[in-house]
Design a binder for this molecule. Structure first.
Ligand code: G
Ligand code: MN
Length: 437
């Protein structure tokens, strides 16, 4: 998958609410400000340094399975209370879904955080509620990280989640702390990105999306790229954060590049659609650069030819807000696609929770065609699913004619992939498709 445009690496939870009673609790709900007809606000808090501990209640499923349905909820509340009571001054507790809790401490003293987190974890292991057959308690596992200077919070949470997963794999009921930052960051400095802007090394590539029956283009996916000085091409994951920290030079540039790339395709006598990848940050209305970017393309490009692809790594922190914004965008005529469907967060739950117009089937399914028959079965089911939900289905990652034909056979109408057209600069594709802006 490619986290083009606004990258925010994902993990399998969404913020479900905020627990706790008083001091130092971060209230996400309170920070949600009003959103007009379609515009998202620019309410992004400045990134402060912080250390984070992510806690997960071990074997919560088994609580739900062997007790009344509310025992798990009550246990989580009890854990929340213990954690909240043990919070030191300045620390903030948030409750995430699936029995997870996040505590952040200001500053960067990871050694201190590791100690506090372990102490809190042990305390929370003692939380107990009455179940069907007696008292119920569960251990907790924790992952601790310090936010890096270049890092946004969501990414730091992802690293905490990785630490947590490692601790679970080692048996759980422990805290794993990531002490050192892994390898000196590959993230470019602002100087390097300023240079990239000055030399016009940032651009959107596009890749066509075709109707498989007649191979006519129906749309293009826009993919942000950095043509690096060494000749390599980097995706946005490598540079977007840095770019967004250059408000004038960088963050202002992207919306402009985006509309410039898409215009030849979405205008003219025979317009096709342009898709852009978005992450949870866009839908949550977090991140001024992301909001600015979305507002600009919505203001500039024709809505009926605009598609937003929700990437499979997108964490949606505020599901209701995202639903609301998606609804308003769709009312304006934009379409929303679920990208990389079948992997990561692009799962059936997300398909049910939000209303999509298009499903982009992850390339993994295409890659497996002609082997065990399992992909054929899954793709066939996806075709029925798409028909049942009245959404279009696009197969991604088509790399051969055999795959294209097999997909047609299964009933998939649209496709994208190297075999049908490789990503290239928007101007190249515009010329190849005889389009002028
Ligand atoms: O779905 P997503 O936005 O992740 O897809 C876009 C990415 O997929 C781009 O980085 C693009 O280069 C890549 N891509 C496009 N077609 C193909 C293909 O046929 N095979 C593979 N492996 N990658 C592809
Ligand atoms: Mn995509």
């Amino acid at each position: 998958m490619d986290t083009t445009t606004i990258l925010m690496v994902g993990l399998a939870f969404v913020i479900g609410g905020v627990v706790g009673r008083s001091v130092g609790l971060r209230s996400r709900a309170a920070s949600a400000s009003t959103v007009d007809a379609v515009h998202v606000d620019h309410a992004d808090a400045p990134q402060e340094t912080a250390t984070l501990a992510l806690f997960d209640v071990d074997n919560l499923t088994s609580v739900n399975e062997s007790n009344d349905f509310d025992t798990g909820d009550r246990l989580l509340n009890a854990v929340a209370e213990v954690l909240d009571r043990g919070l030191s001054q300045g620390a903030a507790l948030e409750r995430l879904d699936r029995g997870r809790f996040l505590i952040s401490w200001p500053g960067e003293d990871i050694e201190q955080t590791a100690k506090l987190a372990e102490a809190l974890r042990k305390l929370a292991c003692g939380a107990q509620v009455q179940g069907t057959d007696g008292p119920v308690a569960r251990t907790l596992t924790a992952g601790v990280v310090a936010m890096k200077p270049e890092e946004n919070r969501t990414r730091a949470i992802l690293r905490a989640d990785v630490a947590l997963a490692g601790a679970k794999e080692a048996g759980g009921d422990r805290t794993r702390t990531v002490h050192a930052h892994p390898a000196p960051s590959l993230i470019p400095s602002t100087e390097v990105i300023k240079e990239a802007i000055a030399t016009r090394a940032l651009e959107y590539h596009v890749q066509p999306i075709l109707r498989l029956s007649d191979r006519q283009p129906v749309g293009v996916e826009n993919l942000l790229r950095w043509n690096r000085p060494d000749g390599s091409v980097a995706g946005p994951g490598r540079f977007l954060d840095t770019l967004n920290r250059l408000p004038e030079a960088g963050a202002a540039l992207l919306p402009h590049l985006a509309t410039k790339a898409a215009t030849p395709f979405v205008t003219g006598p025979d317009p096709i659609y342009a898709t852009f990848n978005i992450t949870g940050a866009v839908l949550d209305g977090k991140g001024s650069a992301a909001c600015r970017w979305l507002n600009h393309i919505v203001d500039t490009l024709p809505h009926e030819h605009l598609v937003l692809e929700l990437v499979e790594t997108a964490i949606i922190m505020a599901p209701e807000r995202a639903q609301d914004l998606m609804g308003r965008l769709r009312q304006k005529g934009l379409r929303i696609a679920l990208d990389d469907f079948g992997t990561g967060l692009s799962n059936l739950e997300r398909l049910c929770r939000y209303q999509f117009d298009i499903l982009k089937v992850d390339r993994a399914f295409c890659a497996g065609l002609g082997t065990t028959g399992r992909e054929e079965a899954v793709l066939g089911a996806m075709v029925s699913l798409a028909n049942g939900m009245n959404v279009d289905l696009i197969a991604e990652g088509i790399e051969s004619e055999e795959e294209a034909l097999a997909l047609l056979d299964i009933g998939v109408k649209y496709g994208q992939g190297y075999h049908l057209g490789r990503p290239a600069s928007a101007s190249d594709w515009a010329a190849r498709m005889h389009r002028t802006a």
